[in-house]
Design a protein around this ligand. Structure first.
Ligand code: COA
Length: 310
């Protein structure tokens, strides 16, 4: 492979480009057995085609072959010092230099000296050889853990004075965003969610406020939350409930609230007839991993973040 592939960089995709990117990702998923883009990127690709979806922090990079789109990369530069990206090359056009060209274009699109993270879903040997060959180092591992919901759940009571109610759209938005920022102050992506990030998800067909549980004290002050999500069945994969985001205010830690909220959300899913649950957790987040193991979750798959100072 020696051809240098030209890369087109745009701040917004057209509707046609957005469709082509999602089709490319689907073709890669078919071959690799893993969908190559995160939910956040898919939402950005879809929203980008709307005028309202313009987001200066995001960059879309495309590489073409004679038969159309050959590769795509997405960059999120909302943290200028630690931008993150994903890239995927169509199975028909691998080992032709598209990945290398997209990665170089991604590195050129971020601030000099930034630590660029590129995420590979599924921990494949190809991604590892490709990323390490480009001087990136394996830096973070995100686990997908799973558990059957037909097995009994432990009975874990809420701390005294705490009750659970569901999220009320329009009423709880600002309070929840503030709680999320406190709960994830040390988390590179989750803690920075804005009103726009919340709105995008509330507009999704899966959004169900009844499955978005809030733990409140006697004065209705928010203490923690468990936002669940149900993924519809597709192919051989059954309907799957997800611990989408679980967070506890640092002031309410060490009282068993995270465990009790986890169980409350899983019970909600099980009562709705969902038989399988999953979640994503950083392998290094030992407190969360210990909690999920205690609740019967085991590691099902891993995503890997490769990093380089560019
Ligand atoms: C990983 C991926 C992006 C590589 O794209 P690509 O266009 O095939 O990569 P390139 O042609 O630029 O390859 C550059 C070098 O990476 C290495 N490489 C790429 N794929 C490889 C594989 N399957 N096995 C071993 N080495 C590989 C080789 O050293 C290659 O150079 P060579 O072809 O001269 O030997 C592509 O396989 C893909 O889309 N995979 C699914 C999505 C994914 O994993 N993305 C995360 C990437 S960190």
């Amino acid at each position: 492979m020696s051809t240098v592939r030209p890369v087109r960089r745009v701040d917004r995709l057209t509707a046609e480009q957005s469709t082509a990117v999602l089709a490319l990702a689907a073709a890669a998923a078919e071959t690799d057995g893993t969908f190559p883009l995160s939910e956040d990127t898919v939402l950005a690709v879809r929203a980008s085609a709307d005028a309202a979806g313009e987001d200066a922090a995001r960059v879309h990079l495309m590489s073409h072959a004679g038969d159309g789109l050959a590769g795509y990369a997405h960059l999120d530069r909302s943290d200028a010092g630690a931008p993150t990206g994903e890239l995927v090359v169509h199975p028909r056009h691998r080992r032709e230099g598209h990945g290398t060209a997209l990665l170089a274009a991604a590195a050129a699109a971020v601030a000099p000296g930034a630590t660029l993270s590129v995420w590979a879903h599924g921990d494949s040997a190809a991604a590892r050889a490709f990323a390490e060959g480009a001087g990136f180092a394996r830096a973070r591992v995100l686990w997908q853990m799973r558990r059957s919901l037909t097995e009994p759940l432990p009975d874990l009571p809420l701390p005294a004075g705490v009750t659970v109610r569901h999220f009320r759209p329009g009423f709880d938005d600002a309070g929840w965003l503030a709680l999320n920022a406190r709960a994830f102050a040390d988390h590179p992506e989750q803690g920075r969610w804005t009103e726009a990030d919340l709105r995008l998800r509330m507009a999704e067909p899966w959004f169900d406020p009844e499955g978005f549980l809030l733990a409140v004290d006697v004065g209705d002050a928010l203490q923690g939350f468990h936002w669940t999500k149900v993924h519809p069945a597709h192919g051989d994969v059954p309907r799957m409930g997800e611990i989408y985001v679980l967070g506890v205010d640092p002031g309410a830690h060490k009282r068993g609230l995270g465990a009790a909220l986890s169980v409350a959300g899983l019970q909600f899913l099980a009562l709705g007839g969902v038989q399988h649950a999953m979640l994503y957790v950083d392998e290094s987040n030992s407190a969360a991993v210990a909690l999920y193991r205690r609740l019967g979750f085991t590691v099902f798959a891993a995503d890997v973040g490769y990093q380089k100072i560019v």
